[in-house]
Design a binder for this molecule. Sequence first.
Ligand code: PBG
Length: 335
Amino acid sequence: MNYNPPPFPATRLRRLRKAPWVREIIQETHLHPVDLIWPIFIRTPDLPSVIESLPGVTRLTIEEAVVSVREAYDLGIRAVALFPCVQAKSKSLLAEEAYNSDNLLCQAVRRLKMAVPNMGVITDVALDPYTTHGHDGILDAYGDVDNDGTLAVLVKQALCLASAGVDIVSPSDMMDGRVGVIRKALDEASYQQTAILSYSAKFSSSFYGPFRDAVGSKSCLSTKDKDTYQMNCANGEEAMREVALDISEGADMVLVKPALPYLDIIANVKKTFSMPTFAYQVSGEYAMIQAAAHQGWLDEDAILYESLLSMKRAGADAILTYGAKKMAEKMAQEA
Ligand code: PBG
């Protein structure tokens, strides 16, 4: 950028801040309901709705989700991301429930696509809601997460979700090669129209705690972390390599997660690859806002808006946020 403004007093940047009308005219970034994707936890009716570590978010039964998703659609939200919270008896070492075509998630997808057909439905392709050990993949004889063994299960899970009618599958486990094998399997099974949103740069973050409570994987995981597959939080260049590989394997959209502490990654990914780039404001980010708001220390709506706007300014085309519906309601009131 060749930018040489004449110095003060010829240049006065405050001139364009003097009143709302001019501030609005020159505003560079805007947030709309269509930018927001709403993650929803789906539960079986016997499981509790309250998630202690994630105030303001509840697990919904399929029928509760139908009502809420219809409302979200009417508010302008155009996609939801569904995560299952299943009973302990549905979890196993090899995560067989992940590809049971009548599992909770498949039932939810079928029901939602019937009830609100124009709402885009996204689901994770990862095994953590279904493994007794809480890891995203299956374990080898040494207890390590087995990359290639996991790929075979992910393929079955993706096909199962595609046949239930999901619009977008989201590989979220950071196994090497997963996007390629899933794309190939979908194409061979005539699911060419099922899109892939890859969690390309997913960091091994401490911000996922409340999510792991919500899907019931944290108690299984105990003190173990996911450092052997999720990325080192220190690495920005490696994130570019991850994104490049996922694009080469057929990802339609790429995602960076968490969001606010990783705005540099979002900006660099968008600039470098010009791909549809999503950000995930994860559970810990949302919980921090809720906690401070409940203390009366921060204004919840203002902080949420500013955080989401920052992600768009950094380059995100859309943002997954637990506050999607609340934010869209607020926007509707102000419009
Ligand atoms: C697991 C998955 C995680 C999230 C989305 N998919 C957690 C993890 O990697 O342990 C986190 C989302 C959030 O914290 O809101 N495949």
